[in-house]
Design a protein around this ligand. Structure first.
Ligand code: ZN
Length: 154
């Protein structure tokens, strides 16, 4: 199939779209983030049907479609279920490389949460390693109140 750009010079115009927005994180999200911000505690919610503790806390169980009903404080340590290491610098990176993105199942949780891994030697990291949440000193009520999870190396 012939591409139109073979017959016509393709012009490209630069522009900028600015879309400021705000939204409510809702009842469950508000309590979850307030606990992070004010108390440096991480909470999940238990599904009444499957009994799983969902972290971060959420209003509905995605497996059972039931409203969660019980708040459960989970540990600030957990196990890395999977991860990748970022080794290049970019203006949009949240941390100085090398750092990782991982899925962490906190103690007492039945689901993993995605967050950053930082500290220690990434070449030594492995699935199943234990990590510790490191909170920011100045917290704002969002998921980045946890600065990153630091691997607990033996
Ligand atoms: Zn469930």
């Amino acid at each position: 199939m012939k591409k139109w750009a073979e017959d016509v010079e393709e012009l490209v115009h630069s522009g900028r779209i600015k879309v400021p927005y705000t939204w409510s994180v809702g009842e469950v999200g508000s309590r979850f983030f307030i606990e992070l911000r004010n108390n440096q505690k991480i909470y999940g919610k238990r599904c009444p049907a499957c009994k799983k503790v969902l972290v971060p806390a959420r209003k509905l169980c995605g497996q059972c479609f039931q409203q969660t009903d019980e708040w459960v404080e989970v540990g600030q340590q957990g196990v890395v279920q999977t991860f990748t290491v970022v080794r290049y610098s970019s203006a949009v990176q949240p941390l100085k490389p090398p750092f990782g993105y991982g899925i962490i199942k906190l103690d007492g949780a039945d689901t993993g949460m995605t967050h950053l891994l930082w500290g220690t030697d990434p070449t030594k990291w492995q699935v199943g390693m234990r990590v510790q949440a490191v909170f920011k000193d100045k917290r704002a009520g969002n998921i980045m109140d946890i600065a990153y999870f630091r691997p607990l190396m033996a």
